[in-house]
Design a protein around this ligand. Structure first.
Ligand SMILES: [Zn+2]
Ligand SMILES: [Zn+2]
Length: 360
């Protein structure tokens, strides 16, 4: 079928809207008509080196139109959120940890299915896709059934896309991995969509102190509005001193969403004894360094992919929290028409918007 997709022609962008071809779903795949799709920092990062021409996008939501012969549990007409995919066969997938699938990169980041084929083409030539199980910067997606999560038809499809990545990543780091105790202290570095999702989850978990650190005053205002007890603008002084004033004995939990070496160091060094630092950001730094003494006293550092979630279990729970008013992410979202994808990317890069969602 002919679809409309935002094609990345050259590394670094921009995206151009084009008519391209999409093959029928394979036996283990589904065809989804995309309703809306969030733009995530990972799209912008991969746009710099993903093999082109390509279609990116991995925070899609929509309606299932067709399912392959072997697909069970999803039917045409179902509303779905889309998430990352996984092989389903390795010990980590079988153990309920698909975010750490042994073939995670092969099935999510090569631009092709594991057999080397792609559902996308233009003038008979292959177009790379299958990005994080989706490539949802498009009117339609052929996705592995493993990558879609059926959701209630009551839920606004315009909100759920980012639950599959950004919101699920931040909330999952807190609720699935770090699991702070009631009354504990938590600090989040970077108050973007992932960071604010972590802050909302920290409130759900009953943290008494929830600090947000950023350089953007507007983002800190949003973080405070949504539940951060403290907003720390690291341009206002020595961030170490500002954090010590909030948690004199160090934080129980720290989360880095920035992937910047200096921030990662600050996150680790802001911990108290037995403190745990979750690293969720993909950022500009290749390395992280800190004084070895800073991990004594039982401190630990954990890398977390996709909120360590089993999307089919975790996303419905998170959507239930949202429906009950306990995970109010709507305020973070700014909607753009699909045709304005490049404007949305610019607004995201400048920090003007927290989470850009394209509406198809
Ligand atoms: Zn696997
Ligand atoms: Zn993402």
């Amino acid at each position: 079928m002919r679809i409309t997709a935002a094609v990345l022609e050259n590394a670094g962008g921009p995206f151009t809207l084009q008519q391209i071809d999409l093959a029928d779903p394979g036996p283990d795949e589904v065809l989804v008509r995309v309703h809306s799709v969030g733009i995530c920092a990972t799209d912008l990062e991969f746009a710099n080196f993903f093999p082109t021409p390509a279609v990116l996008g991995h925070e899609g939501s929509g309606v299932v139109e067709q399912v392959g012969d072997r697909v069970t549990g999803v039917s045409p007409g179902d509303h779905v959120a889309m998430s990352f995919t996984s092989c389903g066969d390795c010990p980590l997938c079988r153990g309920g940890n698909p975010a750490y699938c042994r073939r995670f990169d092969a099935v999510n980041f090569t631009g092709r299915r594991p057999d080397g084929s792609t559902a996308l083409s233009r003038d008979g030539q292959p177009v790379n896709g299958h990005f994080l199980g989706q490539s949802s910067f498009a009117s339609h997606v052929v996705a592995p059934a493993r990558a879609v999560v059926p959701i209630s038809k009551e839920v606004d499809l315009g909100v759920v896309g980012p639950f599959g990545c950004g919101f699920g990543t931040g909330a999952g780091a807190v609720l699935n991995v770090l699991r702070p105790e009631v009354g504990s202290s938590l600090v989040v570095f970077g108050a973007g969509a992932v960071g604010v999702a972590a802050i909302l989850a920290a409130r759900v978990a009953g943290c008494a102190v929830v600090a947000a650190v950023d350089v953007n005053a507007g983002k800190l205002d949003t973080a405070r509005l949504l539940g951060a007890t403290h907003g720390v603008n690291s341009t206002d002084g020595d961030p170490r001193e500002l954090l010590t004033a909030i948690a004199p004995h160090g934080f129980d939990v720290a989360i880095d969403t920035t992937g910047r070496e200096d921030v990662l160091r600050l996150a680790v060094e802001s911990l108290g004894p037995l403190g745990r630092c979750g690293v969720v950001g993909i950022g500009p730094s290749e390395q992280m360094s800190f004084e070895w003494r800073s991990v004594l006293n039982g401190r630990s550092i954990t890398g977390i992919i996709g909120g360590s979630s089993l999307p089919q279990v975790f996303l419905p729970k998170l959507l239930d929290l949202h429906a009950a008013g306990n995970f109010p992410v709507d305020r973070l979202i700014t909607r753009f028409p699909f045709a304005q994808i490049n404007e949305a990317v610019a607004a995201l890069r400048s920090g003007e918007v927290g989470k850009a969602v394209l509406t198809l």
